[in-house]
Ligand binder design. Structure first.
Ligand SMILES: CC(C)(COP(=O)(O)OP(=O)(O)OC[C@H]1O[C@@H](n2cnc3c(N)ncnc32)[C@H](O)[C@@H]1OP(=O)(O)O)[C@@H](O)C(=O)NCCC(=O)NCCS
Length: 170
C-alpha cells in the first residue's frame, strides 16, 4: 500500500498518553521543541493531554495521532485557533523510526484539508527551529512560505532562541 493510503489521522484520547510521552521525550524529537511543551513525567503528560483534549472539545484546537497502517507513529495538532480571523498554527512530529518515508508530508496534506474543510481555517502558521531542516522541507513541499525569523522568540534556560515563521493561505 502507498504511503498516501497508509497515513491517517485519528483524534487523540487519553489512551494515547504513553505513546505521546514516549515520542516527545526522545532525544531526537525534543531537540527542536520549546521545553515547556515537553512533559516531565507521564503524569505531567496526562495533564497536558487532558488539557489539549478539552481544548479540542471546546473548539479551540485539534490534537491527532498520526497512524501508519494501524501503527501509531506521530502527533499533529492545530492550536492558537482564532475563529474571527480564521487562522491557526500547526505542529507535528514523528517517532524517529518512521522519519524519511514521506509520512509527515502526507499527514500534513490531510491536516490542511481538515483545517480548511472542517475548521474553516483560511491561514496557517508554523513555528520551526531554524536548524530543523527536515521540518522546513516538509513545510515548503506543502506550500508554506517562510515569512522570516522571529528573533529571540523563546526564552529558555537563560537564553533567547529564534524561531522561523512559515505561513500558508489554504
Ligand atoms: C520533521 C519531521 C516531522 C519530518 O518527518 P518525515 O516524515 O521524515 O518528513 P518527510 O519524509 O515527509 O520529508 C522530509 C524531507 O526532509 C529531508 N530531510 C530529512 N532530514 C534532513 C536533513 N537533516 N537535512 C536536509 N533534508 C533533510 C528528507 O530527505 C525529505 O525530503 P525529500 O522529500 O525531498 O526526500 C521529523 O523529522 C520529526 O518528527 N522530527 C522531530 C519533531 C519535529 O521536528 N517536528 C517539527 C517541529 S516544527
Amino acid at each position: 500500500m502507498s504511503t498516501q493510503k497508509k497515513v491517517s489521522l485519528k483524534v487523540a484520547t487519553m489512551d494515547d498518553s504513553e505513546f505521546v510521552y514516549s515520542i516527545m521525550t526522545s532525544k531526537e524529537y525534543k531537540q527542536y521543541f520549546p521545553l515547556n511543551l515537553i512533559a516531565t513525567n507521564l503524569e505531567d503528560q496526562k495533564r497536558k493531554l487532558r488539557h489539549l483534549i478539552a481544548q479540542m472539545q471546546n473548539g479551540n484546537g485539534a490534537y491527532f495521532i498520526i497512524l501508519f497502517g494501524k501503527e501509531k507513529v506521530g502527533i499533529l495538532d492545530l492550536y492558537k485557533i482564532d475563529r474571527k480571523n480564521k487562522r491557526a498554527a500547526i505542529g507535528y512530529g514523528l517517532d524517529k523510526n518512521y522519519w524519511g518515508k514521506g509520512i509527515a508530508t502526507t499527514a500534513l496534506k490531510k491536516a490542511l484539508l481538515y483545517a480548511k474543510e472542517k475548521e474553516k481555517i483560511h491561514a496557517l502558521s508554523a513555528y520551526v527551529h531554524p536548524k530543523n531542516t527536515a521540518s522546513q522541507k516538509v513545510l515548503k513541499k506543502s506550500g508554506f512560505k517562510k515569512v522570516g525569523t522571529l528573533k529571540d522568540y523563546d526564552f529558555e534556560n537563560g537564553k533567547y532562541k529564534d524561531q522561523a515563521l512559515y505561513w500558508k493561505i489554504l
